[in-house]
Design a protein around this ligand. Structure first.
Ligand code: MLT
Length: 257
């Protein structure tokens, strides 16, 4: 399959033998990981990419299938001459990591999904995404920023900064491309058991976007998976409970050796 990759922008900090790659969700950028990355810089080389369409990465037109976004990541790792990684994704970033794991299982040393799921969209959800896509085309990314920000966290003081972040880092091509890519993504539940490396699942118990049952399914199907459920935490565990996320990732790095 010929997939046309783009060169992703990324930031990195810290050092360690097996790099930890943290992949942001929709419609955000690498900066959601800043606090967690700073807390892990003694433990690992932490790499924070901006997915295509977000932040400082290129934003071409077209559908951003999860497989294509995974291929951009593969290209980044090749450019950095990195063979194996501990790969962790947040929400849509998790869908991208699942696509990467399916295509390149041999490049994983460890795996993690935060506020994510393996299930494909229901037809209702898919229709909703295409409706939003049309609205974004005519009214801009504000449509998504306004509707999503209040759902991301129950911490009122974080809502407006998150809304501003989305307005700042998301492009129309990025949002429409990812909406279509998410709508068309396949169900990954079946082959979760094919991921044979240590795998961390984190779920916020107060996440209205990704209910706790999704995280429980992930941990159940991942062969070497375990679940960390965070009380009172919503869709943004890395910002709402950074110390707990740092602790859980440190444990994952410990399992990887
Ligand atoms: C995300 O946070 O990345 C998205 O809300 C995931 C989704 O819409 O399925």
């Amino acid at each position: 399959m010929e997939l046309e990759t783009v060169k992703l922008y990324y930031r990195e900090c810290g050092q360690g033998t097996i790099p930890l790659v943290l992949v942001h969700g929709f419609p955000l950028n690498h900066s959601i990981w800043n606090e967690v990355a700073a807390g892990l810089k003694e433990d690992a080389r932490v790499i924070l990419p901006d997915l295509r369409g977000y932040g400082r990465s290129p934003a071409p037109e077209g559908m951003y299938s999860m497989r294509l976004l995974a291929e951009d990541l593969r290209q980044l790792l090749d450019d950095l001459e990195i063979e194996k990684v501990v790969l962790v994704g947040h929400s849509m970033g998790g869908y991208v990591c699942l696509a990467f794991a399916q295509a390149y299982p041999e490049r994983l040393a460890g795996f993690g999904l935060i506020a994510s799921q393996a299930e494909a969209d229901t037809s209702e959800k898919r229709q909703g995404r295409y409706h939003t896509l049309d609205e974004v085309k005519s009214k801009g990314v504000r449509v998504v920023a306004d509707s999503m920000a209040p759902k991301l966290t129950a911490q009122a003081e974080m809502v407006e900064p998150l809304r501003q972040l989305m307005l700042h880092v998301a492009t129309v091509n990025g949002v429409t491309g990812a909406l279509q890519g998410m709508a068309e993504r396949p169900d990954a539940t079946e082959w979760l058991s094919g991921i044979s490396v240590p795998a961390l699942v984190i779920g916020g118990k107060a996440d209205p976007i990704m209910p706790p049952a999704r995280a429980q399914t992930l941990a159940q199907f991942l062969g070497r998976g375990w679940l960390v459920e965070l009380e009172g935490v919503g869709h943004m565990p890395m910002m709402e409970a950074p110390q707990q996320v740092i602790g859980a990732l440190r444990e994952l790095l410990g399992h990887v050796g």
